[in-house]
Design a protein around this ligand. Structure first.
Ligand code: GCU
Length: 678
């Protein structure tokens, strides 16, 4: 059934007319299988090529026919060693795919320094066939730009996934460690195919139980499944675990007993999981325990845990998503204020993980001011793949453009060209540790992500983590070809839909830099009217601050002065409404309803136009998708069509509710030519 279970690894047969040429290029497969990773690599090639080409190529020990595919490392294959393709610059995970001549015969070599690198190369090679690239004269050289490409699961031990819209957790804790669902292997294959090499199994709002012997054993069983695929396991650690499961009276990071407890806990974990990656920690944020409970700093807390894992080569990833809703200052400023003074105070095996924006995974946010502001502390990017604020699983929103927009943003920290991508890949500040995390959108739904198109968000995250400078459009193309069809009549319209989809959501939910307009706890439908009363960090009338005199949050030097957290040229730009890119206008400025926008329309009219445009874009997507009937299998076509109809209905709901609410302040009519809300 076309239920989406196979993700982008569908390997559907190449039509006969094209398959002939591909078969000639892959007539023999020479791939060692002496280690678990080699075995998994060969299995994937046999499975993928067998399905794509109608039959798997003959297996051989040495390439001895025309059209051999030869895979390996200098250590695993004499022929690969002889080709001298595995150069140092490929590192531990990179690879080379090259058309070569072996004893006078044509061959294709996939060469790497390590088994994991060869596996990445094998997946890349399969992708070439899946997307119908020619194999005639290949010369591909790839190495990841970041070291840690990581999923963060917000999965609880109860199997409830916080902000998860794809069913319950895929980790069946109850049946672990003995029963290993085949799904765990498919999960590892999917991740390995896009270069993801690390996973945090449990929610950042962590249960201390996760660190008890019973659950360490279960985590170890998963780590055993993932290891052949080059994926390491990390765990979220609850800061107060020494009290909750350790019987101590305190979790003070400077208390010797506490320090000893974490050391012993780390030793215990590494005994079960020798390649354990380390801990992810959410501390002193949204009510979670942390070092500040004992008058200590984030650095004190992180360093104590870093010392515990250090002898084993582990790291600590400390989250910068900290704020107190009782602080009567702009929440967007809090992380910067707490962390910048700590730059240089963290151990060398600590990373600080920063969300892409300073508030919370909104449909659009300017880049987080911490990027570029902590040259001595390796900062890890945190994107959210699950669409907590972008319509959950039913709304189609391809996040590639969101990720790309943040990564390409210029921090100016070291002058022009200091992009967020260069902070994250370590180039700008010469970070010793680099990485990118994505809050997973994976659950036990048959299609893994709650909708077919949400698979693309998992995919694009992995590809951009591998190389933060890739184009989200190219990635959308690749994904569409593998997931739906190589027919140009499908690829072009689907890619066009995807590329416009996130902007549509911005338009009908949070246009012109507005944010946090969604219902307060569920984050799904519109809720600009603040049910549940005011909160200090929302500065009493929510972030939009709509009133009779205008709308928007004044974060300029005349207001909360949040702009001053950015490097000078950026701060100067955001401080001036005329220079602020219009998509961030109301993020930084409170402006009167009759303010003239770039289109010449008043701010009020422009706002209404954006809301309407959002709905129109969803209608366009529906029309495009309807036109693909018969070109996409009926099962997937029908589900996407239904989800788009839900999205259209709800985009109208967003538009109508938002306009009606803001109109109570603006007291203005709808602009000429726009139909009144239904
Ligand atoms: C958001 C989200 C929470 C989550 C938090 C975090 O606020 O709504 O569910 O715990 O982010 O990233 O820690």
């Amino acid at each position: 059934a076309e239920d989406g279970y196979d993700l982008w690894l569908r390997y559907r047969p190449i039509p006969e007319a094209d398959a002939v040429a591909y078969r000639a290029r892959v007539a023999q497969l020479v791939a060692p299988a002496a280690t678990p990773t080699q075995q998994a690599t060969r299995d994937e090639l046999v499975r993928g090529l067998g399905s794509l080409l109608g039959a798997a190529p003959a297996l051989g020990d040495t390439a001895n026919v025309d059209g051999a595919l030869i895979v390996g490392t200098p250590a695993s294959s004499k022929q690969i060693a002889g080709l001298k393709l595995a150069t140092k610059d490929l590192g531990d995970e990179g690879y080379r795919i090259r058309s070569v001549t072996l004893d006078g015969r044509n061959a294709i070599a996939i060469a790497a320094n390590t088994d994991a690198g060869a596996m990445h190369g094998a997946f890349h090679f399969l992708r070439l066939l899946q997307t119908r690239e020619p194999l005639a004269s290949l010369d591909i050289r790839e190495a990841p730009r970041t070291q840690l490409r990581m999923l963060n699961h917000w999965d609880n031990l109860t199997r409830h996934v916080e902000r998860g819209y794809a069913g319950e957790s895929i980790w069946d804790w109850h049946k672990l460690p003995d029963y290993l669902s085949p799904r765990y292997t498919d999960y590892a294959r999917a991740n390995a195919s896009i270069g993801i090499n690390a996973t945090v199994l449990n929610n950042v709002n962590a249960s201390a139980q996760q660190l008890t012997p019973m659950y360490i054993e279960k985590a170890a069983a998963l780590a055993n499944v993932f290891r052949p695929y080059g994926i390491r396991v990390f765990l979220s650690a609850r800061f107060s675990a020494p009290v909750e499961i350790g019987g101590l009276k305190t979790a003070d990071p400077l208390d010797p007993k506490v320090r000893a407890w974490w050391k012993a806990k780390a030793d215990e974990i590494y005994k079960a999981i020798p390649d354990f990656g380390g801990f992810l920690v959410k501390a002193n944020s949204e009510g979670q325990p942390g070092p500040q409970d004992y008058g200590r700093t984030h650095a004190d807390g992180a360093n104590m845990m870093a010392d515990a894992v250090k002898p084993h080569g582990g790291i600590v990833i400390w989250r910068a998503f900290v704020y107190s809703h009782e602080t009567p200052d702009d929440r967007a400023k809090q992380a910067y204020n707490e962390f910048v003074p700590l730059d240089g105070k963290f151990r060398d095996n600590v990373m600080v993980q920063v969300k892409n924006g300073a508030i919370d995974f909104q449909p659009r946010e300017p880049f987080h001011p911490l990027f570029g502001a902590m040259p001595k502390t390796p900062l890890m990017m945190e994107f959210q793949i699950t669409k907590e604020y972008l319509g959950f699983a039913t709304h189609l929103a391809y996040l590639g453009p969101l990720f790309e927009e943040t990564l390409r943003a210029d921090t100016y920290a070291r002058g022009k060209g200091s992009t967020v991508a260069k902070v994250v890949d370590g180039e700008l500040h010469r970070y010793r540790l680099t990485g990118m995390a994505g809050v997973a959108n994976i659950g036990s739904d048959r299609n893994w992500s709650g909708s077919h198109f949400d698979q693309a968000n998992w995919y694009v995250f992995g590809r951009l983590a591998w190389n933060p400078e890739l184009s989200s459009r190219d990635i959308a193309q690749e994904w569409t070809r593998m997931t739906f069809s190589n027919d140009d009549d499908v690829v072009q319209p689907v890619v066009a839909m995807m590329m416009g989809s996130r902007e549509a959501v911005v338009d009908y939910m949070t246009p012109l830099g507005l944010h946090h307009l969604m219902g307060r706890s569920h984050h799904y439908g519109p809720g600009p009217w603040v049910e549940g009363g005011p909160r200090a960090d929302w500065t009493s009338v929510y972030y939009h601050r709509a009133s009779k005199d205008g709308i928007g949050f004044d974060r300029t030097t005349r207001g909360s002065d949040t702009v001053s957290q950015y490097a000078r040229p950026v701060a100067a730009q955001f401080d001036d409404a005329a220079k602020t890119p219009e998509e961030f206008l109301l993020w930084f400025h409170h402006l009167p309803w009759d303010y003239t926008t770039k289109s010449g329309r008043t701010l009020w009219d422009e706002l209404v136009v954006h809301y309407s445009r959002g709905v129109d874009k969803v209608r366009d997507m529906r029309r495009t998708w309807d036109g693909l009937q018969g070109k996409v299998d009926p099962e997937r076509h029908a589900q996407v069509a239904t989800f788009l109809s839900i999205q259209e209905k709800e985009a109208q709901w967003w538009r109508d509710a938002s306009i009606a609410y803001f109109q109570t302040f603006s007291q203005r009519p709808l602009p000429e030519g726009l139909a009144p809300p239904a």
